[in-house]
Design a protein around this ligand. Structure first.
Ligand SMILES: Cc1ncc(COP(=O)(O)O)c(C=O)c1O
Length: 305
């Protein structure tokens, strides 16, 4: 069974995980009116914290959600305090962290937030990172196409908001179909992303060059921190990075495919809607990318405290 946190951090205080923390009036609970980030930490060092905080501010801006001026400092301190309280700051501590910020507890009804004086609610949670199931690395993930489509013209398409019903729906679709996760397509039939990760393929281009290709930011994707790291990693290892419009045929014709996120890392994808990708086994580039990314996370001196 997955480890259960003993504590949570709520608005500056460490509280027992099973206690009451939030008001029923909270708008993230009522309306999904909030934003979040998921991060990874090793021995108390948070990987790419500035990038995650920048994305949090971008999501806040997109939803006109006013963060306190000292939000970053409070979150940095809060993460350190919570990791210490959970015993996840030691030499072997490998943690996943979630920051959630709600617009706050509004007593007045309605969709429009009419009381600008209500402060946001800030929450941090932390869990030990469970070992990746061996089957995910040996067999790879099997994805199915979700019936939910993503609209790249939506101003919310690239924000990390707590309105996640479509993602939950897609994940349930995948489970019903016996898949590991669902892949969203855009309304224009382009590949987008999975319910919690960005997608990459490895292929040989017409000019014979090996490419690491991923849907562009025009494909209703979250601009992932791992995605950015991979696009910078590719030329260092001899792969040409490509961001573009990809279709399902590009995925099934690829030599390799993988999903990537801060918490799960890099995981091979070996089937899409039942069709094998490449030889149907996790690819060598995928496993190398995973190993290099994990090494970067373990190298706490190189990570951001
Ligand atoms: C929908 C979605 N796409 C992509 C990602 C990957 O982003 P990152 O690499 O910053 O973790 C996530 C991570 O949570 C996600 O939820």
């Amino acid at each position: 069974m997955d480890a259960r946190p003993r504590n949570v951090w709520v608005d500056g205080r460490i509280l027992p995980a099973d206690g009451p923390h939030l008001s029923v009036f909270d708008r993230a609970f009522q309306l999904g009116d909030g934003i979040f980030e998921t991060l990874r930490a090793r021995s108390g060092h948070v990987t790419e914290l500035p990038q995650h905080l920048a994305r949090l501010h971008r999501s806040a801006h997109g939803l006109e959600l006013a963060l306190p001026a000292d939000a970053d400092e409070r979150l940095r301190t809060g993460i350190a305090d919570l990791l210490a309280a959970e015993g996840l700051d030691g030499a072997v501590g490998d943690a996943s962290i979630r920051i959630t910020i709600s617009r706050g507890a509004y007593r007045v009804r309605g969709v429009l937030p009419r009381d600008e004086a209500v402060p946001v609610t800030m929450v941090i949670q932390a869990w030990p990172v469970p070992a990746t199931p061996a089957s995910h690395l040996e067999r790879g993930l099997h994805l199915i196409a979700s019936r939910v489509r993503r609209d790249p013209t939506s101003p919310l398409a690239t924000l990390k908001t707590t309105s996640r019903a479509e993602y939950v729906y897609a994940r349930l679709e995948a489970r019903r179909a016996g898949g590991d996760d669902a892949l969203f397509l855009t309304i224009h039939d382009h590949l987008s992303e999975s319910t919690s990760a960005n997608l990459f393929i490895v292929r040989v281009a017409a000019d014979g060059v090996q490419e690491l290709a991923t849907p562009s930011l025009d494909c209703a994707i979250l601009p992932g921190t791992t995605r950015s790291w991979l696009l910078a990693w590719a030329p260092r290892v001899g792969l040409r990075p490509v961001e573009g419009l990809l279709g399902t045929a590009d995925l099934t014709a690829a030599n390799e495919a993988f999903l990537c996120s801060s918490v799960a890392g890099i995981l091979p994808v070996t089937r899409f809607d039942g069709a094998p990708i490449g030889d149907g086994l996790p690819g060598a580039w995928t496993l190398r990318a995973r190993a290099d990314r994990e090494a970067m996370i373990r190298d706490v001196d190189g990570a951001t405290p």
